[in-house]
Design a protein around this ligand. Sequence first.
Ligand SMILES: NC(=O)C1=CN([C@@H]2O[C@H](COP(=O)(O)OP(=O)(O)OC[C@H]3O[C@@H](n4cnc5c(N)ncnc54)[C@H](OP(=O)(O)O)[C@@H]3O)[C@@H](O)[C@H]2O)C=CC1
Ligand SMILES: O=C1O[C@H](COP(=O)(O)O)[C@@H](O)[C@H](O)[C@H]1O
Length: 499
Amino acid sequence: MIPATNQRPPATIVFIFGGSGDLNLRKLTPALYNLFIDKYLPERFAVVGLGRSPYTDESFRERLLEGVQSFSRRKNGPEDAWKSFSPSVSYLQMDAGDAAAYTTLSDFVGTKKSEWGEEINVVFYLAVAPQLVPGIATNLGKLELCDDTSHVRIVVEKPFGHDLKTARELNALLGGLFAEEQIYRIDHYLGKETVQNILALRFANSLFEPIWNRRYVEYVQITASETVGLEGRGGYYEGSGALRDMIQNHLLQVLCMVATEAPISFEANEIRNKKVDVLNAIRRIKPEQVKDIAVRGQYGPGEKDGKTIPGYREEEGVKPDSKTETFAAVKLFVDNWRWEDVPFYLRTGKGLPEKATIITIQFKPAPFYAFPEEATNGWDANRLTIGIQPAMDIRLRFQAKRPGQTLAIDPVDMVFSYKDAYEGQEPEAYETLLLDVMTGDATLFMRADQVEAAWKVVTPILDAWESETPDFPNYPLGSWGPEAAMQLVEKDGFQWMTK
Ligand SMILES: NC(=O)C1=CN([C@@H]2O[C@H](COP(=O)(O)OP(=O)(O)OC[C@H]3O[C@@H](n4cnc5c(N)ncnc54)[C@H](OP(=O)(O)O)[C@@H]3O)[C@@H](O)[C@H]2O)C=CC1
Ligand SMILES: O=C1O[C@H](COP(=O)(O)O)[C@@H](O)[C@H](O)[C@H]1O
């Protein structure tokens, strides 16, 4: 949450493990750059990217500038902004497994302390595959500077651990090395304006809550589709897959926002308690049920503009017989008074036709319909669609009478769009969350028990998938995923909503 401009964080150094990776290129540096332009960064700050790739400071900055120009909400920024920002960025070539190299980090902090002559916040951002996290955390924990619990923080990216067992081990390890207030388990979907707005929509209005339950809701769908493929992220993604990469964290967190009971305050732990209640209420999946409620897919070659585009198995860093899923869809139930028997369908995939994250709340049809059927032009109504991205909007689709002497009923949309309602650009999720880390506000970050509860939900699926060899690839790049994903909803009489 963005403080007033006069509440800038104190002098800060951000070390980014995985500085040469996709996350930093696409999201972290663009976010820091925007914070800089908007004057939320402290006067004195430094960003150090770390990785094994052989960058110099100069070539690293050039690479990051390409990232800003391709992915930032501000492709350029005001004149000279990059020129003013980039000297604070440097690169340190280092293997994260090299324990001796970590003293370089302490030395860097020591030098900056003498140069800046003040206390410094130090953020260690672990933007790396989960397998690397325990080793890095252990090495950082040995640095004396990490004993300073009020100034040193560690940010751990999702997926937190590789499964329930490793997540528990990681929580225990981090708990032994750092104080809980130093640990920031990040899930960037929680920093998205549109995700935060779900609570405002539900609990700052009296309109929706009375019908937000099993009496009126037929089903809920959450789709996060991506057009991109792997884009050089084989090192991370091959060991992860769509279920771990998106569903265990982002999509389950969105489900929690949709399904949670009303909080009594916006105190961090109150919201977290309510969300963990939802995760704990998700019906446990038995091994023999997995095939009926979960679908996985991997994209094969596709076509674009008459050209063949290679499939997942042909991408850099991917095994030719890879079992990693690039698509996952699941059907879940939340066993409580509010949601019993309402299906929650979640799906995500790479290489799909559109980049879009949307939530669909489909309400049941009117209990009695007095209008003549022949006057009705479609039944596609009683639906609330929350556009998370790129369209940031809320659409209420309902039946309306078409003006005129003949009775005709059509589905129409009532739309709230951020673009039309507010001036200026909304901050990106990582802007909000990085600033929160710098100011020491953990409200939007995950607690250890939330992460473990989310792993419990997906563990039976992961186990079942691990035990069988999938028939991959099973969907062409540019399609909406495997046929079985369509059947997952069609067998219940529904279809996937794309808007
Ligand atoms: N990409 C995205 O859009 C998002 C990613 N994330 C999360 O961020 C994390 C990283 O993902 P992403 O950036 O996409 O993955 P990449 O594969 O692009 O990056 C992995 C990074 O890890 C570094 N690395 C690997 N091994 C070592 C090593 N031994 N020593 C030092 N550095 C090492 C690589 O650097 P090098 O090869 O130079 O050593 C590279 O910078 C994941 O947890 C992912 O879930 C979260 C949200 C969005
Ligand atoms: O965490 C991740 O998220 C991105 C998608 O993020 P979004 O904000 O653009 O929806 C995804 O591409 C990546 O694989 C994953 O690690």
